[in-house]
Each structure stands twice: as C-alpha cells, then as structure tokens.
Design a binder for this molecule. Structure first.
Ligand code: M6R
Length: 623
C-alpha cells in the first residue's frame, strides 16, 4: 500500500513522476503528490485528493532547471484522505520533503516529543513525524546554521542513519533535502524499495512497474539500507555496517506488460492472460522422462523433503484461497498433512509444530505484511520456509529459504486473477513433486503431467464463456446477496468467487461448502439471492446436486458452473455455464474463470471502478 517514486536525471521530472505514480496507483489511490527542487533551491510540493488524474491537473510541469523529484500515491492509514494528509510531507522550515510507505507505530510518542521541542504539525499522519525528526537531527548536526554554509551531503545520510533506531514500524522512504538539490535519498525497513539505474539517471520506486521502458537495471534495497543517489552515482550504506556493495540485476518486466493495450481494464486483461500466465508458470518445470515436476529454487533436497511430516500453508485473501486448494492437492496427491493458516493469525498463535514441519507462504506481491511476519516467525522457530510468489526480488521472496516464482507477469488489477491460477498450478506441481518423492507411481505421474499440459487449452475454452457470463450478469446484477457453493476441490473456488464479487462490486457474497449451507446460510435463500454452484463432474457431484435441489426447493435462483456434457444440471439450474471437463485435481483452475468474469461484469454493470475498488490496495503492507 502506498506507492513511491523518485527520479534524478535529465528527463522532465514531473512527467516521469506522474507516469510512475499512474503505474503504482493500484497500491493506493486516496491522494497523491509530488515534490521537486527547481532552480537548485526551490522546494515545490503539489498535492491532490483522489486519483493521479487529479494530481496531473495541478502539476504545472517542471522547468528545465529541475533534475530531481519524489512522488507518492496514498492508501490512508493515519488520518483521512485529505489534502493535508497527502504526501509529500515537509520538515521544519521547509528544508526537506519526504514520501513514505509503511507505518510508524510509535508516532504518537515521537510526535509529542517533537511538539515539546517546538515543532508544529499540520497533518494527522505518522509520516510528518519522520520529516520533523529528520529536520531536528539536521538542525542539531549543523547547530541550526541555515546561513547558506555548505555542508556535505553525507551529513544528510548520517542524519537518516541516526533517526532510524528511533522509528518503530516499517518504512520505505524517499527524501529530498533543499540543501542537497542534486541528491535523492532512499531508505527502507520492511517496505519495498528498488532503485533503477539508467545512463546518467537514477529512479526510485516501490516496485518495478514504474521503471519498465525506462531501464531494466535494478538494485533491490535491503532492510536497514540507505541509498544516496545522484544522476551518475549510487552509494548504498547499511545502518550499522557503513558502505556496502550493491548488485545490479536485470529486471524481467517489459513496458507492454504494464500497459492496458486493447482492454478496458487491467482485471479483464489479466483474466484473459491466464492461458499464457499458466504456461509461464509451467515452463521448464515438467520432466516427462522422470514423470515429475522439477524446481530450481526449493533449496531443500529430495532427502530433506521426504522427511517432512507436516506442511503449513500461510497467506492472505485470494492467496489464502489458493492455499486451501493446495491443502486438498498436497493431502490427496502427496499424502502429507497440511494446515492452512491466515498469516495474520499464524503470527500470533502459539500452535505446537513438529520439528519436521515446513512453512510455505503464498503471495502475489511478496510484500503482504502479515504473510511476511508469519514467515519470519516460523523461520525464527527453526522451520524451513518456502515462498510461492509472483514478484521477483520482493521482501517475502528474499526472506524465504527457497521457493517457486510464478512468472505470471505483473498483476495490476487490485482483484487478483492470474496470480491465483498460477498459485494453484504451482501448488499442483509441488503436490505432484512431493507425491513422486513418496508413493505416486511413474505411470500416474506421467498421466498427471499429460493432464496438466492440457490445462492452458482448457482455460482458453473457459474464457469463451465471457459473452454468456455477461448476459447472466445482466440478469442478476441488481441482486444484493449471492451465495457461492462448492465442495472438495471446488470449495475454495466458491470462496474465491464470493471474494471477487465482494471486493469489486461491493455486493454481499458468502462462499460455503455446499453441504454446509444447510447449517445456516440457507436461511438467506429467497427469490433475489442467487446461488452460484461450482459443480463440475466428479466423485462428489451427486451430493452437490442434492444441495442444489435443496436451494431450488426454497425458490432460490441457481447459476451452475458445470462440465461440458452435463445435461442433468440444465434441467434444474436456472443458468448453466459450461467449462471443459478436466481431471478433478485441476478443476479449481478452470472453474474459477467464469466466476472471475461474473464478478467483472456485475461490477461494471453496477458502475464500480473494477481496477481500483474502494478502500482497497493491491499490496497490504501494513498489519
Ligand atoms: O500479494 P498477496 O497475494 O500477498 O495479497 C494477498 C491479498 O491481499 C490479496 O490476495 C487480496 O485479497 C486481493 N485483493 C484479492 O483479489
């Protein structure tokens, strides 16, 4: 949550900042702002409430005499989405500007100390505390001398280093000091920051998306590191260790991956990218000769993995739903007991864990604060940790002992779609890999690999339901309550369908195992409460069909997601969306497609902002 950009170099600074913020807008869109230094000493701050488009109308463009600037798009934590609370925040006497992603937990305490020292606050934010703390540190180091005496920029770096131990919480910061108009400072603890290295220019951003098309050379700033950045020089220091070397890595993202192209929304683009994103997750990971998936980065040997007695899967939101799919898969295919834990709960629970337990964190962004904290806690207890993650180099990917990258490409729509199906496929591969280390035969392994290979094509066919799904959405879009029901592998699909609808169309939806609805939710059923049944053919089909009949007997409309060729369901359901028949262990990846489309169309018809639903942000980097 919150997106940060920074730039130092010869380009038009405001243009880059606005473009970068547009690409980061999915991280928060409550307010936005930029700060630039013009004519070597004028610190110019522009802010607006709401979207980047509002900011673009206020920004006048930077003069030729401007080489440096920072920008921010906000997801409000401390203080409402108002102009005064928008970033950048300035420090005492307008001597510096700062943008922040994260949360300062002890801000109230620091604030009262600063107030007693004579600082006055204009905002309710935790960030303004950092701005004043830093200006106070500079004041102490210079003896309050603002007479134009030139101090070296290292003094700025030093002041940042000195205030870091006083800040409790998380931060990614980009800072401009009026006294060092050619230097941009960046520092992080627990919130992501990367630096783009160009030819005679440098960029700062919360993630790689603003840099695509500008540079493919990036440096991941690590926790406790401070960067001092000018046009042609990048120096990185560690808070306690002093200057440290930095690795420049090649970035994977191309600019066309972060553009909308012919699509109206990122969510729709990403839904339709799924055959390709699944192929990318599978690429190079199926070994036909040995009838097993293969992984490059687990960092656990087959011998170590054979000894695993329990797997804990942890995640939040949609990624938690893929963890549930993973639970069914791993228990069924590899016969290893699995627990699925909300990351926010796992961190504070003290559940007994056997020594031979591994933790797998599942996350699209790799930055979700709860998931990161849960992983750290399990690592601290001595358990090996893996991450199934989309964003290369993200905090969770760096923190885990090993893992699997999804390679699904950047996911920009706040509602997760292609990352979800790629997570499910990564977990399918992992389940089969673990199964093949144990009891799954060569022949079964071969058969399952063949079935997995057919998956992208099945997803392509499932996408062809788009037009029909739009018609069904038209029929039901005014309903204010929905039930989503499924069993076994398709119970998590029901949860995911309900979450998709809730988050982008603000319609109340409940996901349940279909048999469980008899124990309460069936009371919700009436003429205006559609039930979406996820019921492809399989061993549990008959039972789900009985559950469907129970809803019909009470007058509830039913939309069924069924396998092509199932004529029976058409006699009872009001609407049927057919998807290609697939092996049961792959069904969740196919059946979720019409549910993603259904939520998309309903949200559009209800006039909602599909890519940027209210109150949400793509990466939840606060607890
Ligand atoms: O980046 P992560 O996968 O860790 O994010 C977890 C959730 O915040 C995320 O899945 C969220 O629920 C999505 N908005 C769902 O579409």
């Amino acid at each position: 949550m919150c997106g940060i950009v920074g730039y130092v170099g010869p380009r038009n600074v405001q243009d880059f900042l606005l473009e970068g913020l547009r690409r980061l807008e999915y991280r928060g869109y409550d307010s936005a702002g930029t700060a630039i230094i013009e004519n070597h000493h004028d610190l110019l701050v522009t802010k607006s409430v709401g979207r980047i488009a509002n900011l673009a109308q206020r920004v006048t463009g930077s003069s030729d005499d401007c080489q440096i600037g920072i920008g921010h798009t906000r997801w409000a934590t401390h203080g409402a989405a108002t102009l005064v609370n928008a970033h950048p925040h300035v420090g005492g006497e307008n001597c510096l500007a700062i943008v922040h992603n994260g949360v300062i937990e002890n801000f109230a305490e620091l604030r009262s100390q600063l107030v007693s020292q004579g600082y006055s606050f204009v905002s309710e934010t935790d960030t303004e505390v950092i701005a004043h703390l830093l200006s106070e540190q500079i004041r102490q180091k210079t003896g309050g001398d603002r007479s134009g005496t030139t101090y070296p920029r290292e003094l700025g770096m030093e002041a940042i280093r000195e205030i870091m131990p006083r800040l409790r919480g998380t931060y990614g910061l980009a800072i401009l000091f009026k006294d060092w108009p050619e230097t941009l400072f960046a520092v992080r603890l627990g919130s992501p920051l990367i630096i783009g290295v160009g030819d005679g220019e440098h960029f700062v951003a919360s993630d790689a998306s603003p840099l695509a098309g500008f540079t493919d050379q990036i440096v991941y700033l690590a926790d406790h590191q401070i960067a001092m950045i000018s046009e042609d020089r990048l120096q990185v220091s560690h808070r306690d260790q002093g200057p440290v070397a930095h690795d420049v890595q090649k970035m994977e993202i191309r600019s066309n991956q972060v553009e909308l192209g012919d699509y109206e929304h990122y969510m729709l683009k990403e839904i339709f990218e799924q055959p390709e994103s699944i192929r990318n997750t599978l690429r190079g990971r199926l070994n036909h000769d040995d009838a097993t998936p293969v992984f490059g980065g687990l960092n656990l040997s087959p011998q170590e993995l054979r000894k695993v007695k329990r797997i804990v899967l942890t995640a939040c939101g949609t990624s938690w739903h893929s963890a549930l799919v993973g639970e069914y898969l791993i228990e069924e295919i590899a016969n290893i007991p699995v627990e699925v834990e909300y990351a926010s709960e796992l961190r504070y629970r003290n559940s007994p864990t056997e020594a031979e337990t591994i933790l797998i964190a599942i996350t699209q962004s790799g930055e979700t604060a709860d998931t990161l904290a849960a992983l750290k806690e399990m690592k601290r207890k001595g358990h090996p940790t893996l991450a199934i993650c989309n964003v290369v180099g993200s905090s969770i990917a760096q923190e885990a002992d090993g893992g699997v990258y999804l390679h699904a490409g950047p996911e920009i729509g706040v509602a997760s779609t292609k990352a979800y199906t790629s997570q499910c496929i990564a977990l399918t591969l992992l389940a089969l890999y673990l199964g093949r280390l144990r009891h799954v035969s060569y022949e079964t392994g071969r058969q399952m690999i063949d079935q997995i290979n057919q998956l992208p094509e099945a997803v392509e066919k499932a996408l062809q339901t788009n037009r029909q799904v739009a018609e069904i959405a038209r029929k039901y879009h005014a309903c204010d309550n929905f039930l989503y029901l499924g069993r076994h592998y398709n119970f998590p699909t029901a949860l995911e369908g309900a979450l998709k609808l809730k988050e982008i169309s603000y319609v109340h939806a409940e996901g349940y195992p279909s048999a469980e609805m008899k124990h309460g939710p069936i009371a919700l059923v009436d003429l205006n409460t559609p039930s979406v049944f996820v019921m492809p053919t399989g061993f549990i089909y008959e039972k789900v069909m009985s559950n469907l009949e129970e809803i019909k007997a009470r007058g509830g409309p039913v939309i069924a997601i069924a396998a092509q060729g199932d004529q029976r369901v058409a006699d009872v359901a009001d609407d049927v969306i057919y998807v290609p028949p697939t092996a049961e262990f792959l069904q969740p990846i196919v059946t979720v497609i019409p549910l993603q489309l259904l939520s998309y169309h309903i949200a559009l018809m209800r006039g909602c902002d599909v890519d940027k639903p209210r109150n949400l942000a793509k990466s939840v980097t606060v607890e």
